[in-house]
Design a protein around this ligand. Structure first.
Ligand code: 5AD
Ligand code: SF4
Length: 462
């Protein structure tokens, strides 16, 4: 039996009218940067309705967990975390628990059936409905909205920043994905691709600048297919155009973006990056595999040769650009020879950084329906280890090349290991740790690199 929680929330609202904080919302975020940005949209929607954001779940009236479905272990992590919330709920019967994001979209009502203490299930395009759903859940009803939209971009919502530093922020420029890679759950959980009005993007960026932010990362599953038809001015704005608009807001603002797609990345974007010093010289260009047959099975839409051509264009137009990638080890039918082609491509590109995963079959994807997840677990593990070991060597090699060079670094905060040291990133997105001197978070400082590991550069201010 559910208690009538609406009553309780109303009480809290009366308290808030009396001058104290409104009902407290605690949001925990898993998954990609897009989810981080979405949680900030959720925070804006809820604070506009009188809720306040809590930093710990103990004193929250509502817990929302923004979830990821990309690999099975991402979902397992959330399931484990739900057990913690449930323990908490046993002590506080009025607590509401909501699952939002990709897992909510994928599992829909199943989540309410499987996880008995979950009160709300809300998909990525239904966040405007959250205040209403909270009320419904509060009155003991099951609250669910997993409708996907072809239009929703939350363009008018100014996100409430939840990050620890006030230096760097994510700005969502589009939603969804139309690429339909054979292994990927995202088109199912985030729906069709749609771009956000560029003028609202620039407005959000200007607002961040006014608040003292120094860096924005423009986010989309596939930024290269960003397109906005500006009917008023009778023009179309593509990703290169948007990048330029954002870069022009302030030369003191660093602009990053993620993620590019090898099939769609144009030279125009590369030339725009070359033209503006404040667009950071780092491209995340996921290749997934170095073998043509595997790429075809993955429905990636490019070949190894095409990808190499894109890398050559980057090297030519942006000689100081860092490169990173994603790799999947042990995709359906991948042979030893095919895996070796991934390693050889890695060596050819000499990536600065990479995210590396074992293939994880996701329900309802093309690979799940039509291909066999037939690479044994121990072989997947071994191949992944080979990829990771190689990338560690490549990262170390890349970092060693930076010893003796001086970089402009945007300070992001105090180093985890020592209060006397700060850390930040250079344009290439490499983390640099250095003695703090007179510098503080949010400053640009020039740092000369003196030593390195495969993960970090260490240096001193010059
Ligand atoms: N299994 C393993 N890795 C995956 N990715 C996407 N789907 C899967 C899957 N089913 C990886 C890809 C993608 C990154 C975000 O996650 O490398 O680029
Ligand atoms: Fe992000 Fe994909 Fe995970 Fe959804 S499934 S949170 S889009 S990484």
């Amino acid at each position: 039996m559910k208690t009538n929680k609406l009553e309780n929330l109303d009480k809290l609202r009366i308290v808030s009218k009396a001058g104290e904080n409104g009902p407290k919302l605690y949001i925990e975020t898993y998954g990609c940067q897009m989810n981080v940005a979405d949680s900030e949209v959720v925070a804006a929607i809820m604070t506009n309705k009188g809720y306040s954001i809590s930093e710990n779940m103990e004193d929250a009236n509502i817990i929302l967990v923004n979830t990821c479905s990309i690999r099975e272990n991402a979902e397992q992590k959330v399931r484990q975390r739900l057990n913690d919330y449930k323990k908490h709920k046993k002590k506080d019967k009025d607590l509401l628990i909501g699952v939002i994001g990709c897992m909510a979209e994928r599992l829909k009502t199943k989540l309410l059936e499987e996880e008995k203490l979950v009160d709300m299930v809300v998909g990525p395009d239904a966040y405007r409905d959250l205040p209403k759903l909270v009320e419904e859940a509060g009155s003991g009803q099951q609250a669910i909205n997993v409708l996907l939209s072809r239009e929703e971009t939350y363009a008018d919502i100014n996100p409430v920043r939840l990050g620890k530093n006030n230096v760097s922020a994510f700005v969502s420029i589009m939603r969804g994905c139309d690429k339909m890679c054979a292994y990927c759950v995202v088109p199912f959980t985030r729906g069709r691709e749609r771009s956000r009005d560029p003028y609202t993007i620039v407005r959000e960026v200007n607002d961040l600048i006014a608040k003292g932010y120094k860096e924005v990362t423009l986010l989309g599953q596939n930024v290269d297919s960003y397109i906005w038809k500006d009917e008023e001015n009778n023009q179309a704005i593509n990703f290169a155009g948007l990048l330029e608009m954002v870069a022009k807001t302030s030369s003191n603002l660093r602009v990053r973006y993620s993620t590019s797609h090898p099939k769609d990345m144009t030279d125009e974007v590369l030339y725009t990056m070359a033209k503006y010093d404040n667009i950071c010289k780092n491209i995340h260009l996921p290749v997934q595999s170095g073998n043509n047959r595997v790429l075809e099975n993955m429905h990636r839409g490019y070949t190894r040769e095409w990808y190499m051509d894109r890398i050559r264009a980057i090297r030519k137009i942006l000689p100081n650009c860092a490169l990173s990638s994603d790799f999947i080890a042990g995709f359906c039918d991948e042979t030893e020879e095919e895996h070796k082609e991934t390693l050889s491509l890695m060596k050819w590109v000499e990536y600065d950084f990479a995210y590396m995963f074992k293939y994880s079959e996701r329900p309802n994807t093309f690979a799940h329906r039509k291909l066999k997840d037939n690479v044994p677990e121990e072989i997947k593990t071994r191949r992944l280890t080979e990829i990771i070991d190689l990338q560690n060597k490549l990262s170390l090699k890349s970092n060693k090349k930076d010893i003796g060079k001086t970089f402009e670094v945007l300070v992001e905060g105090v180093s985890k290991k020592s209060n006397e040291r700060l850390f930040g990133r250079n344009s290439q997105n490499k983390v640099i740790v250095f003695d703090k001197g007179k510098a503080k978070t949010g400053d640009y400082v020039n740092v000369k690199v003196l030593e390195c590991t495969s993960a970090t550069l260490k240096g001193s201010i010059v």
